[in-house]
Design a protein around this ligand. Sequence first.
Ligand code: GDP
Ligand code: MG
Length: 128
Amino acid sequence: MTPRFSLDGEPKRRFQVVLLGGARVGKTAIISQFLYDKELQSYKPTVEELHRGEFEIEGETLILDLLDTSGTHQFPAMRELAIKQSDAVVLVYAINDTESWEMLKMLKDEIVNQYLYYESGSFANIYY
Ligand SMILES: Nc1nc2c(ncn2[C@@H]2O[C@H](COP(=O)(O)OP(=O)(O)O)[C@@H](O)[C@H]2O)c(=O)[nH]1
Ligand SMILES: [Mg+2]
C-alpha cells in the first residue's frame, strides 16, 4: 500500500511485510527460520517486533522489514496501522488448529476492506 517510488523519484529500497494470524500459529518461528536460520525452542508471546533483513539483488541492496505481531490479540487500530504501513501481508495459520484458519477469514475481510477504503476501489493486487 506504500508507494513504489520515493519523493525524489528513486526506486524504493525498503519493503515491509507484516505477518498476521492467530496466537501460536508460528509467525515468529517463520521469521526466525527465514532471517536467522534458527528454530524456536520455546514459546514467548510477541507484542510487536520489527525484524530487518538486507538482501543483495542485481547489485542493489534492498531492505526487507518483517513486522511480527501478536495476531488477533492485537488492538484493531494497531493492526490497521500495521497493514497500512506494509507493502504486503502474510496470513499465517496452523494446520492443526481449525480456529486459526477461521480467523484468517476475518483478517482477510479486514485487509480487503481497508485496501478498498484507502484506494477507493483501485487496488487490484489481491492474491489468494
Ligand atoms: N512442530 C512445529 N512447531 C512449530 C512450528 N512453528 C512454530 N512452532 C512452535 O509453536 C510455538 C508457537 O510458535 P510461534 O512462532 O511463537 O507462534 P506465534 O505466536 O504465531 O508467533 C513455538 O513453541 C514454536 O517452536 C512448526 O512448523 N512445527
Ligand atoms: Mg509470535
